[in-house]
Write a protein that binds this ligand. Sequence first.
Ligand code: SAH
Ligand code: SF4
Ligand code: F3S
Length: 444
Amino acid sequence: MTNKTSPHLVHIETFGCQMNESDSELVRSLLKQDGFAFTEDRERADVMLMNTCAIRENAHNKVYGHLGELQAVKKERPLVVGVLGCMAQSLKDELTKKVPLIDVLAGPDAYRQLPMLITNALQAQEQGFAKKAFALDLSEYETYEGVLPDRDGGVNAWITVMRGCDNFCSFCVVPYTRGRERSREPQSVLAEAQQAASLGYKQITLLGQNVNSYRSGDWDFARLISAVADTPGIERVRFTSPHPKDYPLPLLTAIAAHPKICKHIHLPLQSGSDRILDLMGREYTAADYSRLVDQIKGMIPDIVLTTDIICGFSTETEQDFESTCRLVEQTRFHSAFVFAYSERKNTIAARKFEDDIPEDVKGERVKRLVELQREIGGARNREYLGQTLSVLVEREATRSPDKWMGKTDGNIAVIWDKSLEPLQPGMLTNRRITDSSVAALFAE
Ligand code: SAH
Ligand code: SF4
Ligand code: F3S
């Protein structure tokens, strides 16, 4: 930035998945290198950025809500408004038509251009005219190699190891907002892991839209995660979001064998009906999925399994839905994210199928499945009563400053009284579980 005495202040708001959290850390790093400073205080910001998500309609609505608020602010003082991320990438025309106040749009592969775009917008504003600037090219290569994320602090460091998705599940917008799959060099991932450890981070979460499709030369995901888990100083390694098609034996063996790779697998099911799975283009059947679950449970008995499910996809019958419920009962997930199907423009499903399940039916199925999963999740958490578990202290419990919140190896929240023992975030502690709910465990 040009103004050396008082740098322009940027406020960034992040929506969507962990990938967006991680991208916002890259954006902060890129802008700080260029002389910008960041503020938590929206009132003081010269530049407001929103890193957006496009996965479901309610993600759009949240962003439109925030943009509506900015409209009023921008009438009162100079402000550069930038929309980043998946919605910027997929909705350029709609966004610019509906929301004239946007100055800058940048998609997930265009963040290196952001300092220049914002500088231009600020200069134009100072000269009294508005100049819109868009950078929306998707790249086959961009992995932000060499950009060290400006991390948030805390106990966890995100490391993005691959970007993009080539699966084109028929319901999903991600392949259009994030482009093609590409993986980073293993050596740069390992260097970043070491750097995070030297800054005091105790946990690393490897990220990618299809993180277990990672491949670079003869490095596959099993080799990468094992090498990251060998980083001195790192206590735990997690990964998300994986696809059920990429669980070769070496990866399961690595998870089973390496004490620092967490025994938690998020395994998005989407549906338990073969007909619907086929329409979704998921490339597995309910039986394939069950076989994988059995194999995982056989190799890693204390595994925590979580999932994502969509209710009310095109043509889903009551019978299809019941197949999903049966698979959920059989698998006994620790927890599940359950979504009503939300048709996304230009996806395969939007082009080929009708969004024919009424919203109230979708909603009713979501409710029934959430109820079912609550019972199962509650029962699974009760299994820990009386056990002593290793817990990584994360932070003060929300709304209870006298309690700590930490996570088990399986990623389940544990809450206990601070007065029991002097501890700090980032420390591992053994806690005996005395009570449980659907969402958390309570310890002494
Ligand atoms: N890459 C991950 C999914 C990322 S999106 C995977 O393949 O599993 C996170 C979740 O959002 C998905 O698992 C799916 O359950 C949900 N989702 C994606 N598109 C959706 C849509 N159009 N409507 C409702 N839920 C959707
Ligand atoms: Fe979307 Fe499927 Fe890719 Fe996951 S694997 S991001 S659901 S297209
Ligand atoms: Fe949303 Fe993009 Fe992540 S659509 S879920 S922010 S990859």
